[in-house]
Design a protein around this ligand. Sequence first.
Ligand code: HEM
Length: 407
Amino acid sequence: MTQLHDLPVYDPKDERTRRNPFPLYEQLQDQDPVHWSPALKSWILTRYDDVRHVCMGQGVSSDRLRPFYDALKDERRDILSGVMRYLNHWLVFKAPPEHTRLRRLLNTVISAATVAEMGPAIRDAFDHIMKGVDTGREIDFMKEVAELFPAFVILDMLGVPREDFKPIKAWSDDLRLFIGTAQGEADKYTRARDGADRMSAYFRELIALRRRQPGQDAISRMVLARDEGGMLSEDELVACCMLFLFGGHETTTNLLGSAVVALLEHPQQLARLHAEPALIDSAVEEFLRYDGPSNSIARVVAQDHELGGKTLRAGERLFAMINAANRDPRFFSQPHELDLGRTPNRHLTFGFGIHFCLGAPLARMEAKVCLGELVARFPGLHAGSHEPDWIDALVMRGPKKLPLVLA
Ligand code: HEM
């Protein structure tokens, strides 16, 4: 962490912050809750109330992509127009009334009821993955379990054959070069465009197949979804498939990794969960709060306004730090303690307001299956030979590598 005029300064690239951002978040909450980060040229909000207001859309716009795209040079805009064609339909970037229409059509696609129906398939995906894991030796939990499980679940949900995971993952990684904060990749825009082209062609074919022969999968449900305003267009359908793949994969992977790290660091809580498996529901909520995967959400200031004695100008970028809010002592008692029985637990990890995570029931179910089974089967699970390595990201948080022994 760097200090400037005795005030804390947020720089997510700082090694100590990457490993453990929480001491800095606490300092910011106390000393500079509406903080200007020179490294990011953005506002950083860390208090629970401020983060919740941002989630509710107060004074901010969700469309952080369009201003960025419009500011690009013509040549880059041309390359990326094929990517924007789909991202323009993503719920996360939309405002009412378009958001309301899309959300209404999609609410039935992933609901608590459809997720409950998927329970046996989710358990089957977990068992399938665990069969391939050598439990007698040290593994990288991220690579061997946490990355595969949510990917298989989302593919199963969409009705995509698991064998197609490899190419889809490659296209998705290319597309992430634009959506994520990747730097230093010279050809990142052309790769993002190619990834989007290939992925959209793949989904177009699958959508055509489901139109002819609907099944029980989410693509079939989307194709059939209808309200008084009509149905989803072809481009909207493709865009939703892409969004589900994106939104539904890496976040859950990171949650599983961070939850295992939390258990390794709190052996008494691990023993508690083993002794009381019924605690799994509140345990998952606490893992989401304690060190969740949605480190922050990004917004653009919509109109000039005052916050915490600072003037936020229209067009400026803002990050509402969910993980900081989730440990704000003004809202949670003993916020730095992991308490698997914590109640109430009104964390903001799935957001709040109109953009509240559509996949929350699915993510919760996946976490319950994976973490519940791990603790039941391997009560002696312990850390491997190295410390976990954390991803270098501002919006996402989770371990990159997690050496683990399942015993
Ligand atoms: C632990 C796992 C997950 C976390 C922490 C998470 C977190 C979030 C957050 C914070 C938002 C709000 C973003 C914003 O306001 O800018 C969001 C929205 C969304 N999430 Fe998730 N998510 C998770 C899993 C999933 C899954 C499994 C899916 C789909 C299968 C999914 C699909 C979506 C969609 C479609 C939205 C947009 C909702 C809207 O704008 O109306 N998420 N998620």
